[in-house]
Design a protein around this ligand. Structure first.
Ligand SMILES: C[S@@+](CC[C@H](N)C(=O)[O-])C[C@H]1O[C@@H](n2cnc3c(N)ncnc32)[C@H](O)[C@@H]1O
Length: 308
């Protein structure tokens, strides 16, 4: 008998430095630290709840251009080049872990993002909790790691971390976030590489990981122009990831943005990958609750596995 798997709407309610203030009419209004930003959000197919004057007071507005994800920020008030933000991990990691507060730099970027995807904080808490509870050395791999906040969460919980991203700029940003978080003594290898090539190389070397986080974009390029296309490339990457898992892995977390893939499909892909290990797969959407009217905005689909 086949059963329909449960579906989770996973939110990240523990933010102090981030808020989704309002959404609607194809836009979202958010606070990152002391500053507010208006960005396109195509799926906000309802009306804004806050008055126009609040939207007009945003420090910067993203003006999209014709090409996909192109555009620029229009600053209405002079913003600092970058500013620090903080996230307190929910499992209280002191005194066992290395710290409980993640600190990182935010800034506006041409790709309309600000250096942090706040909706994935639920994964940071989950991975940090599993790492700490394991009570053994944990070797973790963060693929498509961007500015490294998941790497910091894992390191704060005591894991040895390998962080992979194709962009030199994101990797240096990650290193600066490591210092901002006062995790300089933690073991994080920051590597600029193509995710699939790196995992295949690790597999040949016989390196094993206890936990893997993957946050792939829809399209991307490795540092040598390697093409990443989520539907075509993900099956090979998941199977390469399986070959580098230790005998008793702790977790695998996959998040996919801006694609039509349903959480059911990414869940089934992770289930197939992790079948030999038993454990459980949770799948669903990463959501953010809006402050103005309490509506939920779905940001990405995810599937995550944990050992029993
Ligand atoms: C921004 S994050 C993920 C956030 C979110 N999933 C999204 O799509 O917007 C995606 C990261 O993947 C990196 N990336 C893209 N293609 C890659 C590849 N082939 N190998 C490693 N990293 C890659 C980018 O540099 C970027 O930092």
């Amino acid at each position: 008998m086949h059963t329909t798997p449960p579906f989770t709407l996973l939110d990240s309610p523990n933010w102090a430095d981030y808020e989704l203030l309002d959404s609607g009419d194809g836009l979202k209004l958010e606070r990152f630290g002391a500053y507010t930003f208006a960005r396109p959000e195509a799926q906000a197919m309802w009306s804004r709840a806050l008055p126009q004057k609040i939207w007009d007071s945003a420090h910067a507005v993203f003006q999209p251009s014709a090409e996909e994800s192109g555009g620029h920020w229009l600053e209405k008030t002079k913003l600092p080049e970058r500013w620090e933000m903080k996230y307190d991990l929910t499992p209280n990691l002191s005194p066992k872990g290395r710290g409980e507060s993640l600190r990182f730099w935010a800034m506006t970027t041409p790709g309309r993002h600000l250096g942090v995807f706040p909706e994935v904080a639920a994964h940071w808490d989950w991975m940090a909790g599993l790492t700490q509870k394991a009570n053994r050395p944990v070797n973790a791999l963060n693929l498509f790691g961007y500015t490294g906040i998941a790497s910091l969460a894992l390191a704060a919980a005591g894991a040895k971390v390998t962080h992979i991203d194709a962009s030199k700029k994101s990797v240096s940003w990650g290193r600066e976030n490591q210092s901002a978080s006062k995790l300089d003594g933690a073991s994080i290898r920051w590597i600029v590489d193509d995710a699939l090539k790196f995992v295949e190389r690790e597999s040949r070397r016989g390196v094993k990981y206890d936990g893997i986080v993957l946050d792939p974009p829809k399209f991307g390029r490795g540092p040598k122009g390697e093409v990443w296309e989520v539907y075509k490339s993900l099956p090979d990457l998941l199977s390469a990831c399986r070959s580098v898992l230790s005998d008793s892995p702790l977790f695998v977390a996959l998040t996919v943005y801006a694609v039509r893939a349903s959480a059911l499909h990414v869940g089934q892909a992770v289930e197939e990958m992790m079948k030999p290990f038993g454990g459980v797969v949770d799948r669903g959407e990463l959501v953010t609750r809006e402050k103005s009217a309490g509506r939920l905005l779905s940001q990405a689909v995810f599937a995550r596995w944990q050992g029993k």
